[in-house]
Ligand binder design. Structure first.
Ligand code: MN
Length: 491
């Protein structure tokens, strides 16, 4: 377990604005609050927030985030309140802890895999500050790394499935590629242990258990580039079991046909050198057609930039090569956190430390190709949406500003026409209450109840308006005398 001074030293090494006192206080507060609690592994509970803080420190997040990471389970699992956190650690830390606590209350019904995309949006929508999401991801990482200690196999499977459906895509979305791969492999091992073992065994049988073949290819690549006077940092790795298995399934290919088992990275100094290196490598090895991608001129939505190609290695193996500059490599490794690191060097203390969060939002809004545009549009759209649940946990997505009447009509016209009342999060509430993301909404119906003209004052979906008008019109036709049309006009 990371010790108090080690953690502080770590954060100090990259965050010039560090408040050491705050970090020390958070460490001690969390240690005391969790007291004698233990994890299923038998480890003291406190080891968990420390691991989470350590992961975020390795991503070089600011000291506020690290303090919040240390405290992230205190409100949920100890007697400490959010007010205690605010009094002791300030508004920002309390805001982050509150956000993580809110997210931990979400449950993901696994019976409908198609809802996964909606849940990802829900998590993003609820994490008002991206740092909330980063703490949540680091939290999930440690929970996955200690998953095997959980005794209940059903709970283990559920956690693994959520990780694969929700958290791996979220990690990828914010550019944390290594974390995404770790999530996938740990979940794969839990969900399909046989396929996981077979894939690992096949990798071993290809003599890839030793580093030798990789080293030889690295030397070869380095030499070829050196001869062209390009100095590059070259390294290689075997791709993860999950990514190999998934490609075999989706592309219906054999193990041997995959280009993706061996992956090499060539990191050069300048942008033109990327294209030069590409030319040299294409000239020196057999190129496998159909694998070239230029993410430099068309970056991915998470700002990832790189050239990708696939060639036949000197040993007649297929291999993938990624070519990029040091800066691009940093973005690929650290994701959005890299932006913060860049900014930090430029202006240390002018309150722009969180510029990278704004940068993220900006880059999420900058599209460079049609599929990314679609992705971005989705991102924008959900900012105007609320995600609510029925009492059975079914997710209903509606535009922002909706009330229980809109919710009722979204479920069913009959339900909408007979609303008698509503419970929100288990509490009876007025029908004009504006719904928030995460609300659980239970509509109470009664045969006798019918739509009222006053509903028009607060409904906002077209469907609800239309149904209410239709009902009132029909009613007006039937009882011309006591239903003047002015009823439809809002005061
Ligand atoms: Mn936790």
């Amino acid at each position: 377990m990371l010790r108090q001074y080690e953690l502080v030293e770590m954060v100090k090494s990259y965050d010039p604005g560090i408040d050491e006192n705050l970090l020390n206080k958070a460490y001690v507060f969390s240690l005391r609050a969790h007291g004698t609690q233990v994890r299923e592994s038998g480890d003291p509970f406190f080891s968990h927030p420390v691991e989470v803080a350590g992961t975020l420190a390795r991503l070089q997040l600011d000291h506020i985030t690290i303090a919040a990471a240390l405290l992230h389970d205190t409100v949920e699992d100890t007697v400490a309140t959010l007010q205690d956190i605010e009094n002791g650690f300030g508004e920002q830390v309390a805001f982050l802890v509150g956000g993580v606590t809110k997210l931990s209350k979400l449950s993901f019904p696994s019976d409908n895999a198609a809802q996964a995309e909606n849940f990802r949006k829900l998590v993003l929508a609820m994490a008002d500050d991206i740092r909330v999401l980063l703490i949540k991801l680091a939290d999930r990482q440690h929970n996955m790394q200690t998953l095997h200690y959980i005794k209940d196999p059903l709970r283990r499977k559920k956690i693994a499935q959520d990780t694969l459906d929700i958290f791996a895509p979220l990690a990828s979305r914010v550019g944390l590629q290594n974390m995404k791969e770790l999530f996938e492999d740990l979940a794969f091992k839990e969900l399909n242990e046989r396929a996981y073992q077979t894939t690992c065994d096949r990798l071993k049988s290809l003599c890839l258990s030793s580093d030798e073949p990789i080293k030889e290819i690295v030397n070869d690549l380095t030499l070829v580039l050196q001869q062209a006077k390009i100095s590059a940092r070259v390294f290689g790795r075997i791709k993860t079991p999950y990514s190999i298995w998934k490609k075999m399934i989706t592309r219906n290919t054999t193990f041997e046909q995959l280009c993706d088992i061996l992956a090499f990275r060539v990191v050069v100094q300048t942008l033109p050198e990327c294209y030069q290196a590409l030319g040299i490598l294409h000239n020196s090895y057999w190129v496998i057609p159909g694998h070239f991608k230029d993410y430099i001129s068309m970056p991915k939505v998470n700002n990832y930039q790189s050239l990708h190609t696939a060639v036949i290695s000197p040993k007649y193996q297929r291999m993938e090569i990624q070519i990029r500059t040091e800066n691009m490599d940093m973005v690929a490794e650290y994701g959005i956190a890299a932006h913060w690191q860049y900014k930090q060097n430029v202006h240390a203390h002018d309150g722009t430390q969180y510029q990278w969060i704004r940068n993220l939002l900006q880059l999420l809004n900058n599209a460079s190709n049609p599929s990314e545009f679609l992705e971005n549009t989705k991102m924008e759209m959900f900012q105007d949406q609320v995600f609510c649940f029925t009492e059975r946990g079914e997710l209903i997505v509606l535009p922002k500003g909706v009330t229980p009447i809109d919710f009722a009509y979204a479920l069913d016209s009959w339900v909408g026409d007979h609303v008698a009342g509503v419970n929100i999060n288990g509490k009876a509430m007025p029908l004009c209450t504006v719904l928030k993301s995460g609300d659980q909404v239970e509509i109470i119906t009664s045969e006798e109840k019918t739509p009222l003209p006053s509903w028009n004052d607060f409904v906002c979906t077209g469907r609800a308006r239309m149904r209410i008008r239709k009902f009132l019109d029909d009613n007006a036709k039937n009882n011309v005398s006591d239903k003047p049309p002015e009823y439809l006009e809002c005061p």
